[in-house]
Write a protein that binds this ligand. Sequence first.
Ligand SMILES: C[S@@+](CC[C@H](N)C(=O)[O-])C[C@H]1O[C@@H](n2cnc3c(N)ncnc32)[C@H](O)[C@@H]1O
Length: 274
Amino acid sequence: MKMFEFRSMLKEKAKSLDIDSVDIDYLIADVLNVSRTDLVLIDEIDEKNKRKILKLAKKRFRHIPIDKILKHTYFYGYEYTVNENVLTPRQDSEILVDTALDLIKENSYNTLLDMCTGSGCLAVSIKKNVDILVDAVDISKRALKVAKKNAKQNVVDIRFIHSNMFSNVDKSYDLIISNPPYIATDEIASLDKEVRSYDPRLALDGGADGLKFYRKIYENLSSHLNDNGMVILEIGEGQSEDIKKIFSNCSLVSEIKDYNGIIRCLAFKLKERL
Ligand SMILES: C[S@@+](CC[C@H](N)C(=O)[O-])C[C@H]1O[C@@H](n2cnc3c(N)ncnc32)[C@H](O)[C@@H]1O
């Protein structure tokens, strides 16, 4: 079959289901192991590859997210394995990595804790760019398995700690970063189906008001943050004022907006020992 016809047929079907047709190119390129831009150079598609692509396309037509079908994604220019046990890294979170790298360099920080690491995308991307000791925590053993794989495939050395927040963390750090679950429990049902059904609930549910994990982090700062240390938090849309209140005994170092102009990260340092 002509590649052009095959691609068009799948793209039409995707559009009819309200799915971005560029996803079809991602699937085809992945199976054929070529770049998306090279797809136009391919004249014919053989039966074996056609079957493989159709199998994946059918999953996409059932609204399974593309990264969860391909089992990998890109974040901060690095490749990450993802599966049903981890939140797919979001492009918005790259802002947290940029902010962390700036603060690490400006303050000559030596130690970092990534609380709620999930796929490990934040910890790994930072460690790829600075020589700093990195520990990373998650409560999910299955997520930690993915995070360890991601550290290995990106050739970085990170200590992963299985812990309910700080319960198994015995050190203090120059920098603590976290993108914790921050969706209010009642709002989960109204999330986009692709998020609600395919990202783990454990990665989304931030308790009744979505702020449960920020409170936990705040309560633990005095015992786990070094003098002159900082904490950088990724936050949900509209949560910045509430989180500033929770961290009212800290000084706000910076607030960073995402590509849509929404405050996405807050950085704090301790004013005094809490
Ligand atoms: C929003 S995801 C963030 C994943 C990753 N840091 C990122 O930015 O893509 C939150 C993570 O917090 C973990 N988590 C949930 N409750 C936790 C707890 N009590 N202690 C530690 N980790 C927890 C979840 O398993 C999930 O991997």
